[in-house]
Ligand binder design. Structure first.
Ligand code: SF4
Length: 409
């Protein structure tokens, strides 16, 4: 029986893709191992969003040359976004690599294994329930935007939505294995539309699958938060009231240069509508995009003042080779550092305040350990009593300390 060691780089979508690829290997009799030494197959699922992630994956591959020599018959699969971007050049540089499977081929991974003739034929259905309280389910791949700093569209291609029936089957498989919360995944997840089923319809259908207590999704794009979606949310308490909505800049001019597809005003309108439905909002912000002036940066600060994000992940702009923005002249590093510092100080204050605002509220907590769980709005909550893992606990928040809420019970 082949043992598979999996090394995943990147986002939750890659974690879900690794699960799917492993399911295809498991259908051919393989089992998982966490020990590289005892593995017969190494599956590296890669990310290329940042240079750093790609380098780490490629250098791990390079180190496997000696691992492969140690035992005849060992196999290496290099998959995902970096495999897509680097393509055959990688195979030439590392001839000991057995399978190269780009991000666009993941849904055909079973065929790729069959064509290689290295792993036998599948004896089981290629879907495995991954244990865990949260079941990650990819509902679409690719992106129809072309943000000027982002490599994703060129490696993942245009949007391809999975059929709703496949998604619901996958959800049922996850709940059968014990998942209580389903996280729907896609690069612009709320752009989902397939066979007449909208994203709002899909959320409702997923929440009706027996065993599903809560549904989350990531990453959405502001322009797809339609009235249809908001009505679906209002009527469905199983849809978690937290959304991670990257804004990237508070300046409409910079947003246009980034080709984000919305203005500051549109973003603020969407925030207003989401807050009306009770959503807690976190975001990503880039400082120091090449064309960002001091006045643009002040616009970002004023947007943060207006929205008061619960969490904002802030990054200094760094160019990604192969993107249009990589050809632009960079701002001095000192400017980037100063702006990042100012922004971080501001967002920290709002984050502390968001936790304090929860004191005295009543929350439904999905327990992830016996004494700790997450509220619908995605705050971590510590309980006094012990509760079964996976249970839903209704409680009042007594106090907040740092990034933790303390329940009365
Ligand atoms: S929306 Fe923009 S940043 Fe997000 S994946 Fe698509 S191109 Fe990249």
């Amino acid at each position: 029986m082949n043992k598979v060691f999996i090394q995943t780089y990147g986002c939750q979508m890659n974690v879900a893709d690794s699960e799917e690829m492993f399911a295809q290997l498991a259908a051919r009799g393989a089992v998982l191992t966490e020990q590289l030494d005892e593995a017969d197959i190494v599956l590296i699922n890669t990310c290329t969003v940042r240079d750093h992630a790609e380098h780490r994956a490629v250098s791990f591959l390079g180190r496997l040359a000696s691992w492969k020599k140690e035992k005849p018959g060992r196999k290496i699969i290099f998959a995902g976004c970096a495999a897509q971007r680097l393509g055959n050049a990688l195979q030439k540089k590392y001839p000991f690599l057995d399978i190269l499977s780009g991000a666009k081929d993941i849904e055909h991974f079973s065929d790729t294994l069959d064509k290689s003739g290295l792993f036998g034929t599948p004896a089981l259905p290629g879907r495995l329930p991954a244990p865990g309280l949260t079941g990650y389910v990819t509902i679409m791949r690719g992106c129809n935007f072309a943000c000027s700093y982002c490599i994703v569209p060129s490696v993942r291609g245009a949007i391809k939505c999975l059929p709703p029936e496949d998604i619901l089957q996958n959800v049922a498989c996850k709940t059968a294995a014990g998942a209580k919360e389903i996280m729907l995944l896609g690069q612009t997840v709320n752009a989902y539309e397939k066979d007449g089923v909208s994203f709002a319809d899909l959320l409702n259908r997923v929440s009706e699958v027996p065993g599903v207590e809560r549904v989350r999704f990531t990453s959405p794009h502001p322009i797809y938060f339609t009235p249809d979606f908001l009505n679906a949310v209002k009527a469905n308490p199983k849809i978690a009231r937290h959304v991670h909505l990257p804004v990237q800049s508070g300046s409409s001019k910079v947003l246009q240069e980034m080709k984000r597809g919305y203005t500051r005003e549109i973003f603020l309108e969407k925030i207003h509508a989401l807050r009306d439905c009770g959503f807690n909002i976190s975001t990503d912000i880039i400082v120091g995009f090449p064309t960002e002036t001091e006045a643009d940066f002040q616009q970002t600060l004023s947007l943060v003042d207006a929205v008061k994000f619960f969490i904002a992940y802030c990054y200094k702009y760094s160019p990604r080779q192969g993107t249009p923005a990589a050809r632009m002249k960079l701002l001095p590093e000192k400017v980037l550092e100063e702006r990042l510092d100012i922004l971080l100080n501001k967002v920290r204050g709002f984050s502390d305040a968001a936790y304090q605002l929860q004191v005295g509220t009543h929350q439904e907590v999905l327990m992830e350990t016996e004494t700790k769980g997450r509220s619908s709005e995605n705050f971590w909550v510590k309980t006094k009593k012990k509760y079964p893992v996976g249970s839903l606990v209704h409680t009042e928040i007594e106090r907040a300390d740092g990034t933790l809420l303390f329940a009365r019970d």
